[in-house]
Write a protein that binds this ligand. Sequence first.
Ligand code: PMP
Length: 360
Amino acid sequence: MSRVYNFSAGPAVLPEEVLKEAAAEMLDYNGTGMSVMEMSHRSKAFEEIITAAEQDLRDLMNIPDNYKVLFLQGGASQQFAMIPMNLMKKKEADYIVTGQWAKKAAKEAAKYGKVNVVASSEDKTFSYIPDCSDLPISENADYVYICENNTIYGTKFKELPNTKGKTLVADVSSCFLSEPVDVTKYGVIYGGVQKNIGPAGVVIVIIREDLITEDVLPGTPTMLQYKTHADAGSLYNTPPAYGIYICGKVFKWLKKMGGLEVMKERNEKKAKVLYDYLDQSKLFKGTVVPKDRSLMNVPFVTGDKDLDAKFVKEAKEAGFENLKGHRTVGGMRASIYNAMPYEGVVALVEFMKKFEEENL
Ligand code: PMP
């Protein structure tokens, strides 16, 4: 068996330790004589799994008691609709558009109410985060929406926007658990888990209790109401049980690693190796304004499409997988989530140096 260095933006690399544990438990989970895939979601064994997963996430993120943690389905994209359906009481919301995912979320929300784009970085291909210290926040906005880390473009909000007292809603799909966060600054934090936490199929929503009400837009399906899932402890219907089990293992792994402060240090150290190299390279160039650079997704280009393609091909042959940039932007992108080891990034940079020497 040989594992590659997998730089995929998602689904993405998971800790090897977690995969090995899951493999060892595949046929007989904890003496139950069955795998977690095969057991009832109402069983005692699964109840323990989901309870521990929630508690470990609460510990890691220091989630206050007045927030619910929901394990849902439908991917991050389903939240693009659930958020307005549940939160747009005054039928108006402000969106900060820093990439395709925020743009898609804004477009979806516009089906349900008035969407104001109060800031955007589309003018420069989403290569920066706009100044959000004094935005024209709408008086009637039920919430202000951001995508905190832009997976495709490699930007990250280093400071949260000044929402002028309005509820902040954040898509953290690609920076989930990569560093500590102050949960109290948000009304809703949500993300698909398939980048930093677990297998695709689970989306985690952390939502302040006062935002969970029966007062949702008329016609909102039962399954798309936060209250349905909050009241049932994420067990209203059959949850993505195996996915939640793996998420739980990753939470335990993160705790063992030392928690989110330690992850932040590790992630900064990893990203620095790559950014430092890019900053002095004569062949490769980072595409993001330095102050807004993501620790998780690092896009770069040579400026020559054919050379980009050659790099991606040769990198793959050398065991560095999924370095092709998003289909909408081209170039390259290295996603270096929590589970990407430091050695993986160092090895990539060594490979890039060699490629530079050969192709300059
Ligand atoms: N938000 C962000 C920041 C993403 O990166 C992605 C997926 N790459 C999505 C939303 C959409 O996620 P899903 O495919 O789970 O709907």
